[in-house]
Structure formats: C-alpha cells, structure tokens
Design a binder for this molecule. Sequence first.
Ligand SMILES: [Zn+2]
Ligand SMILES: [Zn+2]
Length: 628
Amino acid sequence: MKVVLPDKSELELPDGATGLDAARAIGPKLAEQAVLVRTDGRVQDLRLPLEDGEPIQILTTRDKDDPDALFVLRHSAAHLLAEAVRRLYPGVKIAIGPPIENGFYYDFDFPEPIREEDLEKIEAEINRELKEGREWSRQEISREEARARFEQEGEPYKVELVDTAEGDISLYTQGDFTDLCRGPHLQNSKPIKAVKLTGLAGAYWRGDSTKPQLTRIYGTAFYSKEDLDAYLERLEEARKRDHRRIGNQLDLFHFDEHSPGSPLWHPKGMVIFNVLEDIRRRENARRGYLEVKTPLIYDKALWVTSGHWEKFRDNMFLIPLEHEQVYAIKPMNCPGHMLLFGSALRSYRDLPIRYAEAAPLHRNELAGALHGLTRVRYVTQDDAHIFCTEEQIPAELDACIDYLRFLMGLFGLEPRAEFSTRPDNKLGSDAEWDFAEGELEAALERNNIEYVLGAGEGSFYGPKIDLHITDVLGRSWQLGTIQLDRQMPARFGLTYVGPDNREHPVFVIHRALFGSFERFIGILIEHYAGAFPFWLAPVQVRVLPVGEQHRDGAETVALHLREAGYRVDVGEPSETIGKRIRSAELEKIPVVIVYGDRESEESLAIRSRGGEQETLSLVDLVAKLATL
Ligand SMILES: [Zn+2]
Ligand SMILES: [Zn+2]
C-alpha cells in the first residue's frame, strides 16, 4: 500500500502499516517525535492502520501550537490526572475526561468532597508520573470483556459508557491505569512538558441534573513550560479585563437569579447605553432611517406567518393566554416591521423604506450558554429593516457597510467579517438563495472586505454578513449583521407597484450594526479595560473638595461643568484626599479636580487619567473638555 505525504510524494508501506510505521519509514527522529496522524482533516492514533492511497500528515512535538496536537497532549494529560486521583483517593469513581479548548477536564465521584487546596497535591502526583515516564498502549476488546473489567473494578460510570458506546470498544493503558477511550493518545508522556490544574467545579453526570453530581477537575498542558507561562499570563490579563468583573467594579450592571441572562442596568451603565442610543438616533436620522415602535408580544398566527414558529420556537418565550390562544414575546423585530410595511399600498417611488427600532427582545438562550453581557436573554438590538427593490439592493448594502465602518471607527474596533450561506433549515428555493448570496458576496468584493466563509451558517430566511470580534478570553462573538431576505416579505405577501403598474416582490435587508447594546457594551468594557474615552465615560469629571469648607466651591464648579453639558459628580469629603484620588483612579474617571484652599474658578488643579496634572481656569477647562 502507499500513502500521500503533505509534499504530494508517495510513501510505499507494507499492507496494514500504521501511522507510526509511516513515521519510522521516513526517519527515526520523526518516529520519536510523532504525536498524531492527520488524514483529510480527521485525526487518528499513531497505532492505528492507515488506508491505502490516503493523504497523511504526521504531527510532531514541534507542532506545539496546532489545535489537534494540543488536543492529543491534553487528553493524555487528562488520563494522567485520573491515574493520580485514583492513587490518592481510594474508592473514587472515574467518569469522563475529554480535552477542551485551552485544556482538559476529568469528572470524578469522590467518596469525600475535595477542595481547591487539594489540587496542588494532585498536580504533584501528576508531575511524579511525568518524572517516572508513562507509555500508552491501546487494546481493542469486546463489549462483554470491557463490561466485566469495569464492573470488577467498581467503576459504574465506565460500565454505563460501555453499554451506551457505539462501535468498537478500545482501552488505553498507562502504568497500572486503564481507561475506556477511543483515543487518540500520545506514544508516551515525554512531550508533556508542563501541566497545571486550573480549577474545580460541580458537573452532573452526562449533564443531566437528575443524575449524580460529580466533581470536575480542570487543567491544561503544553509542549513547553514557556507556553504554559504565557498562557497563565494571558489568563491573568483576561481576568483583569473581564467585563463581568469590571462591570461590577465600575457599578455598571448586575444580574439577578430571578431573571437569568437579563442585566439590571445601574445608572452608570445606563449612561453608556444612552450614549450609544444617541449615536444610533442621530446617525439613523442622518442616513434616512425612520424610527418606529411595534408590539412586544404577538399571537402564534403572526409567528407562523413569519416562519419563527417553525424555525425559532425553541428560542422564544411563549405566553399561554386564555382560550388556548398562545402569544410569544418577540425575539426579533422583523415581523412587526413587515406588518407596518404591509399596512399601505407601496409604490416604487416610496422605496427604499428604512424602519428602525431598538426594542427589547427576548431569546430563551440555554442557561449554560449565558455569559455576562455577551450572551443574554434580554437583548436590545440597534435593529432596522430596509424594504427595497431588487435594483436598490447594491446601493443599500453599500450604505449599510459605510454606516458600519463609521460606527466601528468611533471605537477603534476591527471586527472580522464572516459571510454565512444557506443553512439546512432554510426557507425558499436554491435559486433564490443563489441570488441573495450573490448580492452579499458582490457587496463584500465591492467594498474590499476580507471575509471567511461560514457555510450553512445563514439565517433560515437569508444569507448574512456577520461581524465577529474576539473577547479577552479568546471567545469569538458576533456583533453586527447584514442579511438579505426575500422569504419573510413573501410570506407576508409584501409587494410594491412598479413603474409598469404591476406588483413586484419587495426585498428586505435586516441589519443591526452594534449588534446588540448589551453585547457591544460588554465588548467595549473589555476593549477599553473599563477606561472609557472621555465622551463615553459614565462620570467624565469628578470634583473632590479637600475639606468640608471647600464643598460649596466644588459644587459651583460642578454646576458650571454640568451646564456646559458634562457628566460631573462631587466626591464626599469623608476620607483623606489621597484615598479619594486613588478611588477616582480605580473608577477610571477621565478628569479629576481637587478643590482646596488655593483653588478658585480662576485656578483649578486638574488631574487627567494617566497621571498628567495641570492648573487651568474654569473657562480654559471647559474649552479643553470640548476638544475631548
Ligand atoms: Zn483517552
Ligand atoms: Zn430582522
């Protein structure tokens, strides 16, 4: 048999040769460093036979940043963790231990609960295993044998896994520890140069809250100590910028268990929200959008017409009312805007019509998916629907992209574009989708936007251009979206009368450019690490009277600045001035005025965020703030 190497050359091998055999045939060094075989995007254990004619790539310890190479390393580290825990805690039952993004975990059923402090001891045991060295071997056995083995070992979770496993059963053994596992695994533990246990959490067996609660131990592993150190440094930086932490620190919002996923906006957070809302209103007016307001709840019939009942019901909050009439809280504004458009006869002369509405929307996201402001159930989109003719599509798409660039430019954000095409659950014909996808693709090309293709990721009613941005934890979130749709208007029977006096189908562009206020603010908090630019800061200026006798003077300065249109507060002279300056710094307030004996409207001591100090008259200060 033969296989094809990445440089397209062919390698002759005896029949039944494994990945490791292939590595040996290329060279002993490669065989020693090999960790995994990749064939056509699929990964395979080195010990498994290759197929005749298939292209293969052998990953080695040098592919230390390759996600597949990291997966096999981390999954192998998870087995070392299980071995260590079994040795340290007799009577523990083991469940599952997969690799995950940035690391791995293993779930255990401990006879006695363990604590964070115990992780150190477990980590030391893993390091001892690494020092001794471990080799992995793979064995394929029958279901009955596997069952008997784990029953005898008193591992009920493994028995259940054997019973529900599909296909052949395989075991991996290192030292005196054997685990039920499909693999792949490393040849031995030499490539694992750094392991760190990162945390503990509760997790239900098979994610089912009616089943026993297990203890999940999280960890990570790397091909080098330096990579682990860099990762821990990134984690620390991410922790500092995490919008949930800063939101709490800066008193912007909080969440309450009575309404999971729905932020309670504090006054300071609401300031940021409203600054964005002002931008939205002002730009919408300038760009020919019409502000509207439509209902928050509609009956089932409306959702059936829009297609949401069929395609989106799982994400909707339903309200059963009397007489078996079911209503739902809107997850999107589109159907209301369709009703508005359909309320009058429309001529080609009226088009395009751009309806805008930033209504509160509700989406029943899974509790486990909720994440601070970036995944919520109560969501406010800067939404709009543009009703236009086929000929108007390109110009309207270009205008949306221009608007988007303007907004992102205000914040210095550089999101990535993704072009998402027809999903499996699409409405409408392939020909209609060909047209809509073609229009969006052409708009991307015209505007020189680089993008990645999200095949099958479009909305059920149309393809879309999405903007994505990565948060401090490396998670990617969608911000704005531009979608082209002929399905929903057709379902609502929406048309316009053309110059030929005939009715024509109308197109709709759904677009939200911030995406949602909630997520956008979450991303902004992390982007600025809470140090908002002056124009966005909840408190722009704080005046600190040094003592009680300076309070009137400080209040007068604050009043003048408020009248000039700035957001100003006056700090209570309750603590030492040094402490209050420090706390204004922690709150990341852009401008602080210290008002004491020497201060007057002619001479104010100004401290700017970042440490710069100067003395200005009130008039000069107002002039300076205007430039910010
Ligand atoms: Zn495994
Ligand atoms: Zn829409």
